[in-house]
Design a protein around this ligand. Sequence first.
Ligand SMILES: CC/C=C/CC(=O)SCCNC(=O)CCNC(=O)[C@H](O)C(C)(C)COP(=O)(O)OP(=O)(O)OC[C@H]1O[C@@H](n2cnc3c(N)ncnc32)[C@H](O)[C@@H]1OP(=O)(O)O
Length: 719
Amino acid sequence: MAQLTRVSGSVGLITLQSPPVNALSAAVRQGIVDTVQRALSDPEVKSVVVCGQNGIFCGGADIKEFGTNMSGPPLVPLIHAIEVAHKPVVAAIEGIALGGGLELALGCHYRIAHSKAKLGLPEVTLGLLPAAGGSQRLPRLIGVPAALDLITTGRHITAAEALKLGVVDQVTAHSTVDVAVKFALSVAGKPLDGRRISSLPCPRPPNMDALFEGVMKKVRQSARGAIAPIACVQAIRAAATLPYDQGMERELELMASLFTSDQARALQYIFFAQRAVARWSMPSGARWDTSKPRPVHKAAVIGLGTMGRGIAVALAQTGLSVVAVETQEKQLMAAKQEMSGMLERGAKRRGVAPAFDKIRYSPDIKAVADVDLVIEAVFEDMALKEKVFQQLSALCKPGTLLCTNTSGLDVDHLASQTRSPELVVGMHFFAPAHVMKLLEVVYGSKSSPQALATAMQLGKKMGKVSVAVGNCRGFVGNRMLKPYSEQAFFLLEEGATPELVDGALEDFGFPMGLFRMSDLSGLDVGWRVRKVDGLGKSSGASGQQARIRQGRRYSPLGDVLCEQGRFGQKTGRGWYQYDKPGGRVGRPDPWLHSFLEEYRAQHGLVARRIDHQEVLERCLYTLINEGFRILEDGIAAGPEEIDIIYVFGYGWPRHRGGPMFYASMVGLEKVLARLEFYQEAHPDVPYLQPCNLLKRLVASGSPPVHKWREVVKKLHSQL
Ligand SMILES: CC/C=C/CC(=O)SCCNC(=O)CCNC(=O)[C@H](O)C(C)(C)COP(=O)(O)OP(=O)(O)OC[C@H]1O[C@@H](n2cnc3c(N)ncnc32)[C@H](O)[C@@H]1OP(=O)(O)O
């Protein structure tokens, strides 16, 4: 909806009214058409200001309408009608002007923004392009290179940057609407020819072909298979080379191919999933909107290894007072030095002063006495963590929340070491903790809703995408990774190479295949865990028996490499070879290929041809199958939790929407059939056994992914 009022005698003020972000729903578009028409035909109105209700200009097209039978007036002619108006129209931009919102403002003759406003064309992040003239008007207004940057990244810019680039004409720290109305009065009756962006020539950059070629190459590389960024470049090229009308035709044509694409559906699913996971619930029925978080002003981090350093820096950057505890003097000094650098670089990037004074370093764990929350980040060793939790329980003031940054150890067991198990939760950060967006917040069987609410709120404050999950070995992310990596090892045994497996996964869209990733994080990490689990020691025996552990198929390949000191990048050798220890560029290693051949011969394995499809099906479908088990076990409340964890923490390509969404796109019948097929071929691999929930969903006609949450809820209520 939109409302027209007359202010200051002769200014027609059009206010968009559609909370929470004044998105351009059918009703709002109709409202704009009607109010613009009335304002332009009213002889008393000499100029017009467009603004949004509640200090928010406009969040763009109503994403909820996509995928429905869209009705109401389309945006392009609506914006065109504003641009060709004979009375000046001024956009008063407060809060946000995003997507269609900014395109609407670009159709106005003047743009005035509040200093705190954010502007952008984020359509690419939803699998689209700015197709209400944005791809044609923006390059005409600010030039091709700047438009390429904004449109292909979808980044939001500040009002100050918008002014510098020429997106807006003026920035004010006062009431934007008042300033815009005053300005509208001053330009009433003045000629508008130079103010209609579509009639401006697009500035042609020197070496235009080379520029577009270079940008296209860069975009293709970073897009990892996403089609929207490429279409954005093509649309801007049309702006730079074609007259406006033809450019608009090209924009429409490109948008048509994106609008109904699976990628757009996947990206829009992720947009809503990210918001859905913030509305967490616990099996007890406790929910985000009924559980009050405790205030956290002061926090402590125990253990200043890589994770602890990142967590402490992230907390300090959030504005909290932090006590950073490291009992080993040498490690404390090293941490202090590195964390100062991290704070300095972070502050420089954000244009603020470094938060050095927010962190107090201490070698003594007693320094936690007055904090509101502790995050334990010591080495991943249960005995050590047990001891720390016993100490924390004795030292902290009553009511202090105790969190463990473990990547998979039992939160309930740690809680049992304390006097107040209801105050214990897991906070699983991802390295580097001050950069990575994902936070798995793990509630144990005794965690109180308030404890979970506090950790979730803290995560949000830290700028993390926080996902609440139940307690089990590996939680959601690492638990699903296990069958995935197991299949990759089996594929090597059966004839694949690390580069073949990685190539398939990277073509799918992962930034790094499993073996490349394993070289980066260190092969010894998993080896240590396997040894604790009673695996991880190569028996030296040969034949099939050597590859059966604890009653199931097991591949000792990774263990054998570790026994040879091949830990990955840090030792210069792993699944790949590197120029030197610490080298970053991995090359296929002939030694490893011979080693695989010898290994197969030793174990009576005959190599066969493996293609990309088999790699994807075996690695990804077992991971998805485990995702269904996680839903069945009630560890994640819905597929959205799993998908957000994989997109934000595990490099799953966003344009494929996360593993569970991907399964729904592939078709659950197909996933089930392929799992059954592989299970028949490998009966000694339990992870290939299709899980009951998957079978149940297929039997009930494979409902769409947004219905799974309800199915799972029903399933649990029947138990
Ligand atoms: C015809 C095709 C044309 C396409 C052109 C386009 O315009 S595409 C859309 C371009 N716009 C965007 O991509 C903006 C998306 N929104 C955001 O980035 C953020 O929501 C925000 C506007 C920056 C606000 O962020 P904030 O953190 O303050 O709040 P939330 O993200 O939680 O959002 C509040 C609720 O508003 C819903 N919402 C936001 N934007 C839209 C939108 N464009 N359409 C529909 N709904 C939107 C959001 O889902 C939240 O709703 P809840 O029900 O509370 O979850």
